[in-house]
Ligand binder design. Structure first.
Ligand code: G1P
Length: 214
């Protein structure tokens, strides 16, 4: 439109900032101030729209991709939707843990969120795994740079500010989650995914036993 209207000055300002369809854009978080701060660093790309977050150290093996499962729920509920998985009580201090309202066994209404609580302080054993569909409002809360657990800017704390203002749900997703932030978890994910691939499964099955013999 600017070109049609011969607005050369305005066009020059845009030069170099226009994204080609399908472009992948990266931003760097220059200081390790926490997950919330990392998301805030991408604020220019989020704009006003609802958006998805995928933490790549959580890998999910499922029939329907975990994020598609969340998106399907989001289309029904709106608001915020996160992926949930039950963990052992002694593991609550490694995750964001939800306080549960209505619960139909699959979809959970979230009434509270606590980042990495000690087992005795955990409101449930349902942990958030790294798949989220969130409203852009979360960026406003992150912009305050309030420090939470571990002295970091926590995404969980910013999300908690939206509870009560809009629908907030968690989905016990279908599938298996691998913690690729853990070396053994990363290796297990390699094997599990390879065994699902028709071009690799037989070969992996053939060589694996060799490593199990002592
Ligand atoms: C982050 C989140 C936490 C979430 C976890 C999922 O923690 O802060 O709420 O449960 O990812 O993997 P991190 O793994 O970065 O310590």
């Amino acid at each position: 439109m600017l070109r049609e209207r011969k607005k050369a000055d305005a066009l020059a300002l845009l030069e170099g900032t226009v994204l080609e369809p399908g472009a992948i854009v990266t931003v760097r978080q220059q200081e390790p101030l926490g997950l919330g701060h990392a998301i805030w660093c991408a604020r220019a790309f989020v704009g006003e729209d609802p958006f998805a977050i995928l933490l790549p150290d959580d890998l999910v093996l499922s029939e329907t991709p975990c994020l598609s499962q969340l998106a399907a729920v989001y289309r029904e509920t709106g608001g915020n939707v996160v992926a949930l998985q039950e963990v052992a009580l002694e593991e609550t201090s490694r995750y964001g843990i939800v306080r549960v309202g209505r619960d139909d066994g699959k979809l959970v209404e979230i009434t509270g969120l606590v980042e990495k609580p000690a087992p005795e302080a955990a409101p449930s054993r349902l942990s958030i795994i790294g798949r989220y569909v969130l409203q852009a409002e979360v960026i406003t809360h992150l912009s305050r740079f309030e420090r939470g657990a571990g002295g970091e800017v926590q995404l969980t704390d910013a999300m908690a500010k939206m509870i009560g203002r809009m629908p907030f749900h968690g989905l016990r997703f279908e599938g298996r989650r691998f913690d690729c932030g853990d070396k053994a978890g990363f290796l297990e994910a390699q094997i599990a995914f390879a065994l699902r691939r028709p071009d690799l499964a037989d070969k992996v099955r053939a060589f694996l036993p060799r490593y199990l013999e002592s």
